[in-house]
Design a protein around this ligand. Structure first.
Ligand code: WQD
Length: 342
């Protein structure tokens, strides 16, 4: 079995990707520093696939720890690198924490790849690199706008670091996957988005309001230049997103890539407003959501959704889940998680 390293593999997207890799008979090493996830996630993965991934608790931003890790695992064929901090608001308050962790971790991984002859990297990037695109839907050719947060900036700089390393080492090949808004959870409700603290993101805040943990949802901004005045995003099921990582890894392992560094937008290609998400959630859950309309959240873009043509045609991947089943999966995860963690 080919061995794939999934850094940040006990995290939200990492854990769902580990499941999809195991379904395709890859041997998965999950490596995580557990700063924003828990070991229980490995139980969920094992219950779903029947196989517990190898696990190492490690902080890749620590040089020696990273070297020791790769000396211990000499058979890694490819790496999917998720491990990074990702809270936009927190990055505004603690920029150095974000630059140190996200950039040092990536640089240590890239150094180890060259040193150990690991040729392939799938990098977890983000649609935040586009900021507010001038043209919609946002295509991979859209120019980067100045990042609106240190988090978004680490993603832009990371892509540039990878580009430079590929130029220096022709053995390397990489794919950057630019996520729009990942939501939902595995159909089993055994893994999902771990709710630590007050959620920044819309859908976990909705499900925690629906289950009674939060009093009321705030809708940030009703004066946008959109049909109902609320902001528009492209919400994609996390399992669809996870499957795209398997497509990307296989494209690299089978040397099907056209250039050493390829980029793909991962979205549904459909934009939905905040009010549309609320209404859809109420329909599928049968729960009336208490919410209030308030001012805009600083740093938010007005509207962004993906041009998915490249991922559909070249990667051969497209999002399959409807918004209804995606929101229902988020709701089922919330109910199952709370029932188990009273
Ligand atoms: C979506 C919409 C909010 C909460 C973030 C990260 C991005 C990426 C995806 C990693 C916005 C509105 C939200 C609430 C609200 N993550 N909202 N009330 O900001 O589009 O993107 O997640 O790559 O990096 O920035 O997602 O879910 O926070 O917000 O009205 O309580 O919901 O204003 O319009 P966002 P989000």
């Amino acid at each position: 079995m080919k061995q794939i390293l999934v850094t940040g593999g006990t995290g939200y997207i990492g854990s769902h990707t580990a499941v999809e890799l195991q379904h395709k008979s890859y041997e998965v090493i999950v490596a995580d520093n557990l700063s924003n996830s828990s070991l229980d996630v490995l139980d969920g993965i094992e219950q779903i696939t029947g196989k517990r991934p190898l696990f190492e608790q490690i902080d890749f931003a620590k040089d020696q720890a990273c070297r020791d890790f790769f000396a211990k695992y000499p058979n890694i064929e490819a790496i999917i690198h998720f491990a990074a901090y990702k809270a936009v608001g927190e990055s505004m308050e603690q920029p150095i924490k974000y630059y140190r962790n996200n950039l040092l971790g990536l640089m240590n991984i890239l150094e180890a790849m060259s040193h150990h002859g690991i040729k392939h990297l799938v990098f977890s990037s983000s649609a935040t690199v586009y900021g507010q695109p001038e043209l919609l839907p946002a295509s991979e050719k859209a120019p980067f706008q100045p990042a609106t947060s240190p988090y978004g900036n680490t993603k832009q700089i990371s892509e540039e670091i990878i580009q430079d390393c590929l130029q220096a080492d022709p053995q390397l090949s990489a794919i950057a996957l630019r996520y729009f808004n990942p939501i939902g959870a595995h159909a089993s409700a055994l893994i999902g988005e771990l709710p630590l603290g007050v959620p920044n993101n819309l859908v976990p805040f909705i499900t925690q309001t629906a289950i009674g943990i939060r009093g009321k949802l705030k809708v940030f901004g009703t004066d946008y230049n959109t049909p109902d005045g609320t902001a528009i995003r492209d919400y994609i099921h996390v399992v669809d997103l996870a499957k795209a990582h398997v497509y990307a890894i296989e494209r690299l392992l089978n040397n099907q890539f056209q250039t050493p560094f390829e980029f793909f937008n991962l979205g549904t290609g459909k934009g939905r407003s905040v009010l549309e998400i609320i209404q859809c959630f109420e329909r599928v859950s049968g729960v009336k959501l208490p919410y209030e309309l308030v001012g805009r959240r600083p740093g938010d873009v007005e509207q962004v959704w993906a041009d998915t043509e490249l991922a559909n045609r070249v990667l051969g991947w497209s999002a399959q889940s409807s918004l209804e089943e995606t929101l229902l999966s988020a709701w089922n995860w919330e109910k199952n998680y709370r029932a188990k963690n009273q």
